[in-house]
Design a protein around this ligand. Structure first.
Ligand SMILES: Nc1nc2c(c(=O)[nH]1)N[C@H]1C(S)=C(S)[C@@H](COP(=O)(O)OP(=O)(O)OC[C@H]3O[C@@H](n4cnc5c(=O)[nH]c(N)nc54)[C@H](O)[C@@H]3O)O[C@H]1N2
Ligand SMILES: Nc1nc2c(c(=O)[nH]1)N[C@H]1C(S)=C(S)[C@@H](COP(=O)(O)OP(=O)(O)OC[C@H]3O[C@@H](n4cnc5c(=O)[nH]c(N)nc54)[C@H](O)[C@@H]3O)O[C@H]1N2
Ligand SMILES: [Mo]
Length: 893
């Protein structure tokens, strides 16, 4: 504590607190422009609005930077200070053409008593830059506070905004003074949130919302907290809040991707298929060619009757990781107790199923051992098979912060990415050869005896078998398989083993393989051998994808496991829920996502209830999947749009979007947070919880739930991981980490029978289908920043679709030249299962022979091509590797 005098009063400053901070804490915010106390911004002290007088010092000082010293006497008011401040505002005001009469800048000007300037303007007004679909730039309103620059450089670390020109001609610019829309801007909008003048603003101008609602982002597993600005029944803007996972940061989807909720194609009335019409793709804007509108009574009765007519073994349900914990829990309860089967699954099967299987086997828990934020304490970060700048952009910003702080980033991924320039090494190894690369690293660590002996001895089992297994995986033997030379493999292995603390973050490039479980086993072994988990700055973090995939899995949307991962075959696990739900549960594991499609095609599965998933786009081998779905006797789809899956339904139930209901959501860090209702559902659309409950009643269940609070409290009573939590507590605290509030897990022991982790040898040296002379390219599928999965939501978001609207296949420049292809040329991609047509986009991040196609475009749906072969343990398909050929099309078509 430092005692000093501020405006005549004795005050105390905490260690590291600036004069400005002390003053604010005590209730007086000193005027400020270039300064903000938002997380991630360092004080710069360039605007001079916050100056204060310090007794004995000749010049006024910027209070945002100055730390008080014992006995210091500070005046934040007084004639000298105020005169100086007014001059600052007058000079700035002279140059300022205001697009926003309520801006923070004008507010402060008024507060210090400056409404007009004595000085002549230096610059004339200039035309706004409206090249970006979501944001507008008005440089004549800019006061050069550089908050936008720091937002872009220090907070999000995108390095797009800079200062160009000198002296009076200096100005904010994007890249090389490009129009914003043509620059490398990724649309996170951090600069707009930071700008105090309206020089950087939303394209439609400054917003004046009627009300604000604190909620969450509906997209990825990072779980950003934000505030929605609402006018009438529409969301008009979103700003980041100080959530544990985002500290006010957002990405382009969270910032601008909410308008799908008011898209004219929203389903607003229950639909029943007309008699005799074929199950085929149709125009989502005009469902009434194939469906007729129905009342909720009729639609729900029809939906339930269709299920009741079929034997329980012929029924299955797909729940949603886009829905809340309460919806997921009720959905699996409906399938288990209403249908009477364990045939319930969700998109985790196409996602981290293999990672979860390996984690459960190895360390007894399928969730992350440490939050993303721990990268701040890591000496080394391994990022493998994930592209967070596109898919977890806010998490990526914390990785970039960590690198700037001094952490070493090592990327293992066949394709380059935006984070590559932050990495000390990016090993672009061959697709599908993760086990070869990782086993060679493990081999090095064992052979050179640089593993953590104490940790291995005290905390793990299986070392001897692993060491024996690794003998044949020397870097020299693996180098030709994975395409990385032995020396580099050794160097990276040593760096990881010797790091004081290290995190491993991974994604779909690891999990979506026919040997995805083996890939994860190798990563887990790496962390265990080196003791890189259970301590600060260390851990295993499979970056969870959907906003609630962790919660949906915890809540039991899994065919072999009940809520909290008790296996359905284990009596003790079942009896807990049998008692809680007053039913007998099926002891047989149910079918997984892809197995359901196979069973449907075979005719053994005949009725499906699909809530908030779009398998007619997201499953592998679409020809097979769509035929299977269309062949069902009874398909009920509960969605917000007439998706490719809903087009094949018998009954379509119009649901609520994320913004239209309240519920809890669990992010990738195991942090449960509150999503609060922002607007009402359109037309007759209803909250998912209500629909599931009504369906259950018609299946003979005596459910009386009226809201998420009742459901959540039931979950807390039955699930050990939620014990001690209540809806009331969650509501009050806004976020709770499970289990037990602990961010970093397993510092002492693992939740396995003997408390130790298992080292499991990994096999599987290549993908199931590799390029050959007929299909010479290796196709990898995945994501782009602006779009979400099957595009149902983001292609109906105006800004996102304008930013990225053209279905394109990425091709390496070398292959383009070899094939004589130019940017935008039309090509057909063909695999053994199907074909799609798309435009070519040059991508220097790809190695020759490799192609990349996102799966968000219905016009060129990647899954016509993909291989449905499954990992034997995780049952995940090999979405990351299929063999294709590329046929240039002479004429556009
Ligand atoms: N914008 C956007 N964000 C999203 C989503 C979205 O649809 N759009 N979806 C969310 C969901 S559910 C998920 S699961 C996450 C997924 O997030 P990620 O896991 O980051 O997603 P992907 O783009 O599928 O692929 C990741 C990486 O795998 C690499 N890869 C391909 N083949 C291999 C290989 O054989 N080995 C290795 N090691 N790497 C390989 C690719 O080059 C790519 O960089 O994103 C979430 N966030
Ligand atoms: N080729 C290829 N295929 C892949 C992948 C890949 O990398 N490559 N990745 C796989 C992965 S990781 C995943 S997670 C899956 C995702 O596969 P899906 O889960 O099938 O994909 P989404 O598009 O997220 O589907 C969500 C659906 O829910 C609807 N929806 C949104 N909000 C709500 C709501 O509140 N209530 C209701 N009832 N509906 C709602 C949306 O309109 C959409 O139709 O795709 C997998 N498929
Ligand atoms: Mo996913």
């Amino acid at each position: 504590m430092i005692r000093f005098v501020l405006d005549g009063a004795e005050v105390e400053a905490k260690e590291g607190e600036t004069i400005w901070q002390v003053s604010k804490r005590l209730g007086t915010t000193i005027p400020h422009l270039c300064h903000t106390d938002r997380p991630g911004f360092e004080p710069e002290g360039n605007c001079r609005a916050c100056v204060v007088e310090i007794k004995g010092e000749r010049v006024l000082v910027a209070s945002c930077r100055r730390l008080p010293t014992p006995g210091m006497v500070v005046e934040s008011r007084g004639e000298r200070v105020e005169k100086s401040r007014r001059l600052v505002f007058e000079l700035l005001l002279a140059d300022h053409v205001s697009p926003d009469l309520d801006s923070a800048f004008l507010g402060w000007a008024k507060a210090v008593g400056v409404e007009q300037s004595r000085f002549a303007p230096r610059t004339a007004s200039c035309a706004p830059d409206t090249s970006h679909p979501a944001m507008a730039v008005r440089l004549d309103a800019c006061i050069h506070c550089a908050l936008c620059l720091r937002a872009c450089r220090d907070v999000q670390v995108n390095d797009v905004i800079g200062m160009s020109g000198r002296g009076a001609h200096s100005r904010i610019s994007f890249d090389f003074a490009d129009p914003m829309g043509a620059s490398s801007c990724v649309g996170c909008g951090e600069c707009v949130q930071a700008c105090p003048t309206g020089a950087l603003a939303l394209a439609g101008g400054p917003v004046r919302a009627e009300r604000m609602v604190d909620s969450l982002c509906p997209y990825c597993g990072v779980g950003c907290q934000l505030t929605y600005h609402v006018t009438g029944d529409a969301i008009i803007a979103a700003t980041g809040r100080d959530g544990q996972a985002n500290h006010e940061r957002l990405c382009v989807k969270g910032r601008f991707g909410f308008d799908y909720s008011r898209h004219p194609q929203r389903l607003t009335v229950p639909l029943i298929r007309k008699d005799g019409v074929p199950k085929e793709p149709l125009d989502p804007a005009d469902p009434f060619t194939h469906f007729r509108p129905a009342s909720w009574e009729e639609a729900l009765d029809r939906a339930a009757q269709g299920f009741k007519r079929l034997p329980k073994s012929a029924l299955a349900g797909l729940g949603s990781a886009k829905g809340s914990n309460e919806e997921a829990y009720l959905f699996q309860k409906l399938v288990r107790t209403g249908f009477g089967t364990n045939n319930v699954d969700h998109c985790t099967r196409l996602c981290h199923a293999s990672s979860v299987a390996a984690l459960l086997e190895g360390i007894g828990s399928g969730a992350v051992t440490a939050p993303v934020a721990e990268v701040a304490n890591a000496d080394l970060i391994i990022l493998i098979g994930a592209n967070p700048s596109a898919n977890h952009p806010v998490a990526a910003s914390f990785i970039k912060n960590a690198v700037k702080r001094g952490a070493q980033l090592v990327i293992l991924d066949p394709r380059g990415q935006a984070l590559t320039r932050f990495a000390s090494h990016h090993l672009k190894f061959k697709n599908g050869t993760d086990v070869a690369l990782l086993n060679a690293m493990l081999h090095t660590i064992v052979a050179e005896e640089i593993y953590d002996r104490d940790f291995v001895a005290a905390r793990t089992t299986g070392f001897a078998q692993l060491a024996e297994h690794l003998k044949s995986y020397s870097p020299e033997a693996m180098a030709p398989l994975c395409g990385i030379d032995a020396g580099t493999i050794r160097m990276v292995a040593r760096a990881y083993a010797r790091a004081g603390s290290a995190m491993i973050l991974w994604g779909m490039g690891v999990s979506q393989h026919s040997h995805g479980t083996d890939n994860s086993r190798a990563l887990i072994a790496l962390a265990l051998l080196c003791g890189q988990l259970g301590k600060k700055g260390s851990g295993l973090h499979p970056l969870r994808g959907q906003n609630n995939v962790q919660g949906a899995s915890d809540a039991g949307l899994i065919p072999m496991m009940l809520p909290d991962y008790g296996r359905v075959g284990i009596e003790a696990a079942r009896s807990r829920f049998e008692a809680g739900w007053s039913v007998d549960l099926d002891p047989n594991p149910g079918l997984t996502v892809v197995e359901m499609m196979d069973a449907a095609a075979a005719g053994t599965l005949r009725g499906m209830y699909i809530e908030g998933e779009n398998p007619a786009m997201s499953d592998p081998d679409l020809a097979h999947a769509r035929e299977a779905l269309a062949g069902l006797d009874h398909l009920v789809v509960q969605d917000i749009f007439l998706t490719e899956t809903a087009m094949l339904a018998d009954v379509v139930l119009p649901a609520s979007s994320f913004f239209e209901k309240t519920g809890s959501f669990t992010n990738t860090d195991r942090h449960i947070q509150m999503g609060r209702q922002v607007i009402d559902p359109p037309g007759e659309a209803r909250p998912d919880l209500w629909i599931i409950t009504e369906m259950a009643k018609r299946l003979g269940l005596d459910w009386t739930y009226t809201g998420p609070d009742e459901v959540f409290d039931e979950m807390c009573g039955l699930m050990g991981s939620l014990s001690g939590i209540t809806w009331k507590r969650l509501d009050a605290e806004g976020g709770i980490t499970t289990p037990g509030g602990k961010a970093i897990l397993f510092g002492e022991s693992f939740p396995t029978e003997d408390g130790k982790a298992r080292l499991v040898p990994a096999k599987g040296l290549s993908a199931a289908e590799n390029p050959d002379s007929d299909y010479p390219f290796v196709l990898s599928t995945g994501r782009v920043l602006e779009h979400w999965h099957t595009g149902s939501m983001t292609r109906r978001s105006g800004v996102l679709d304008r930013l990225q609207g053209l279905p394109a296949v990425n091709v390496s420049p070398a292959d383009m030249e070899r094939l004589g292809l130019t940017e935008g040329a039309r090509v057909r991609l063909e695999s053994r299962r199907g074909s799609v047509e798309a435009a070519v986009a040059a991508d220097s991040r790809l190695s020759p022979g490799a192609l990349f196609l996102p799966f968000c475009f219905t016009e060129a749906a990647a899954n016509w091509l993909t291989n449905p072969v499954l990992d034997p343990v995780g049952k995940i398909p090999e979405l990351k590797v299929s063999a294709v050929r590329l046929v240039p099309l002479r004429h556009p078509g």
